[in-house]
Design a protein around this ligand. Structure first.
Ligand SMILES: C[S@@+](CC[C@H](N)C(=O)[O-])C[C@H]1O[C@@H](n2cnc3c(N)ncnc32)[C@H](O)[C@@H]1O
Length: 265
């Protein structure tokens, strides 16, 4: 199936599954360039993580974050919409890990009791829930299952950076086509959903969350992927260090493909 045909699919689970039949989630974070997002996000989560904490990973994909934390001794629950992703996570679990996996929709995780988790990760559902009411429902569920003193981490895809990466990396005609509104710069995104930095702040504040930190998780990594992938380990580690220095500066936020918001009640 082609991307252009996917918006026609009304059923959400089928639509999201069709997207990930095109994009292979299991290898997404496997290059030096794409690893920047994972390493930066882990580093942010670990600032708040203490031994014995319970983690919920909503929209867990093929389990990159869930497996990392389960291997490091944390009790993790993964919830994921796409059945094939759920199976891939289950295949990688070993008996030393405390990792339970459910197939489900982040808008309704009633199988989970209120105030169960210290850390809730929501890296994925807000890339695909088209209606604002559905995104708010998902955020409400995150709030409900998070302990009162817990931290909630939300990832978004940056509308404004997509224009740069699409044009420079994938489609030189992007700027001249009907791919975005040429006055507001809102990208025609569906079946993905992109947010400006202000959109992210607005939806989190409308959900009565306090924003504790805002992070440009991958910065220029997608744009500079070839160069980053060709770095030797020494240069790559220096690049990462420089990225960590930049990624919490407000002036770098919009120019990152992925945005991370760390919140509390
Ligand atoms: C780009 S992947 C990210 C996976 C992983 N969280 C990460 O950050 O590497 C987005 C994931 O969110 C899942 N997803 C999308 N909408 C969802 C929903 N409403 N409920 C649960 N999972 C959802 C997709 O199936 C996909 O596996």
């Amino acid at each position: 199936m082609r991307m252009e045909d996917i918006f026609e699919i009304k059923n959400e689970e089928e639509r999201v599954s069709a997207i990930y039949n095109i994009f292979d989630e299991s290898t997404r974070l496997s290059t030096k360039a794409t690893r920047v997002e994972f390493l930066t996000t882990i580093r942010q989560i670990e600032k708040y993580l203490k031994p014995g904490m319970k983690i919920l990973d909503l929209g867990a994909g093929t389990g990159e974050y869930s497996l990392y934390f389960a291997k490091n001794g944390f009790q993790v629950t993964a919830v994921e919409l796409v059945e094939n992703h759920v199976s891939q996570i289950k295949e990688k679990i070993n008996e030393e890990m405390s990792l339970e996996v459910f197939q489900g929709n982040a808008m309704n995780i009633s199988i989970i009791e209120d105030k169960t988790y210290d850390i809730v990760l929501c890296f994925g559902p807000l890339y695909h829930l088209e209606k604002i009411e559905d995104r708010m429902k998902c955020i409400e569920e995150v709030k409900r299952v998070c302990k009162d003193n817990g931290k909630m981490f939300f990832a978004f895809i940056s509308n404004d950076m997509v224009i740069t990466t699409e044009t420079m990396c994938y489609n030189p005609s992007f700027l001249t086509e009907d791919t975005y509104n040429h006055h507001t710069f809102k990208v025609r995104d569906f079946p993905f959903v992109f947010h400006t930095v202000d959109d992210c702040r607005q939806i989190l504040r409308d959900s009565d969350l306090t924003i504790n930190n805002e992070v440009a998780t991958d910065g220029l990594s997608e744009l500079l992927a070839d160069k980053i992938n060709n770095m030797n380990d020494e240069s790559y580690n220096k690049w990462l260090n420089y990225h960590y220095y930049c990624c919490e500066k407000p002036e770098f936020l919009g120019t990152s493909n992925h945005l991370l918001f760390i919140t509390s009640k």
